[in-house]
Write a protein that binds this ligand. Structure first.
Ligand SMILES: Nc1nc2c(ncn2[C@@H]2O[C@H](COP(=O)(O)OP(=O)(O)OP(=O)(O)O)[C@@H](O)[C@H]2O)c(=O)[nH]1
Ligand SMILES: [Mg+2]
Length: 328
């Protein structure tokens, strides 16, 4: 926990834009003690441009992040980078590789780099990440870039926190198949074929195009950008695509829909986290006393104010952005 005077001091440092205060704030929320901070700072969020960057291991996400940071800095924007590793229970340690690729930005006071892992946060890794995004936003960083590895569910969740989601794919790896399988198609606002110098880069572009032809998009049609992150080739085009998407969100008002969805997602994660903790406790201490599972479930639920049958509305999926042609 954090006491009143520590919180006040931290908020003062935060307001004075001391990077250490931001670092400490993120650490606190990462370990499950961020509620009071977020309560104080939440009203100041909603300003930053938030970019999610996901893709399989080794595709070049960190190299792309570094190139995007450079681009944003050339436009005099301050940047926060959050690199998320769902497989690592620790922050900092396992992510040395990421950090090394960002070294050229280490000494820049307008670049704030942070690795995340889930520790004690009730909302799990996506909850901890959501807090970090909110804190960087409240701190006044113009751009927040969230890098997540892989193509699984938790990465999709994290990508949904962002206004604009970039999906980076690797030539010659069968990635396009993975994309269809994992439902990544639906979350990508921009596809990035990185490693343009790879002989299979053009084939991957064709595969992505034909994949897109199978889909009906509700509104935005994903952009396809080719980059060579190591040389910076294509980064200007990528940045333009990000700005174009941002403009689209603002002009159509979809930015509000995305914010609402992200908000609901966070509330859901937090509430479920708390409920689950309570439930596990009750299950441990409760003696079944001859009750059947339904009866015991009802007894426990009645303590949460849930009685009798519940109307079925279990759809938690976010609003679909694309659907397969002919299926819906
Ligand atoms: N040839 C080539 N190599 C690249 C390019 N971009 C990145 N790489 C290399 O690909 C390797 C992986 O790059 P990273 O940026 O660490 O990839 P990542 O997706 O962040 O990897 P993880 O964080 O481990 O998932 C490094 O050796 C990079 O130098 C590119 O455009 N062309
Ligand atoms: Mg990386």
């Amino acid at each position: 926990m954090i006491n009143e005077s520590t919180l006040d001091a931290l908020l003062r440092d935060f307001e004075a834009k001391r990077p250490r205060a931001l670092a400490r704030a993120i650490s606190l929320s990462e370990s499950g003690h961020g509620a009071a901070l977020i309560r104080h700072l939440y009203a100041r969020t909603g300003r930053a441009m938030t970019i999610g960057l996901t893709g399989p291991p080794g595709v070049g996400k960190s190299t792309l992040s570094s190139a995007l940071v450079k681009k944003a800095r050339s436009l005099h924007k301050s940047v926060g980078v959050i690199s998320v590793d769902p497989s690592s229970p620790f922050s900092h340690g396992a992510l040395l590789g990421d950090r090394i690729r960002l070294t050229e930005h280490f000494t820049d006071p307008d670049v704030f780099i942070r690795s995340m892992a889930s520790r004690g946060h009730l909302g799990g890794l996506s909850g901890a990440t959501a807090d970090a995004v909110a804190l960087m936003d409240a701190f006044g960083l113009d751009v927040v870039l969230i890098e997540t590895v892989g193509v699984g569910q938790s990465e999709i969740e994290i990508a949904e926190l962002a206004q604009t989601t970039l999906v980076a794919l690797q030539p010659g790896s069968g990635d396009s198949i993975q994309v269809i399988k994992a439902g990544i198609m639906e979350i990508a606002d921009i596809f990035v074929v990185n490693k343009a110098d790879h002989p299979m880069a053009n084939q991957l572009r064709r595969e992505i195009r034909s994949m897109m032809e199978m889909l009906d998009f509700a509104g935005w049609v994903p952009e396809l950008v080719t980059t060579q992150a190591t040389t910076g080739e294509g980064i200007d085009a990528l940045w333009d695509a990000i700005e174009k998407h941002t403009a689209y969100l603002n002009e159509t008002g979809e930015i509000e829909t995305r914010r609402r969805e992200a908000f609901a997602h966070q509330v859901r994660q937090l509430a479920m986290g708390k409920l689950q903790k309570r439930l596990e406790h009750d299950l441990r201490v409760e003696s079944p006393g001859g009750l059947d599972p339904y009866a015991l479930a009802d007894r426990i639920l009645s303590r949460f104010g849930v009685h009798g049958e519940v109307e079925e509305d279990i759809s938690t999926a976010a609003h679909p952005r694309a659907s397969v042609k002919g299926l819906m």
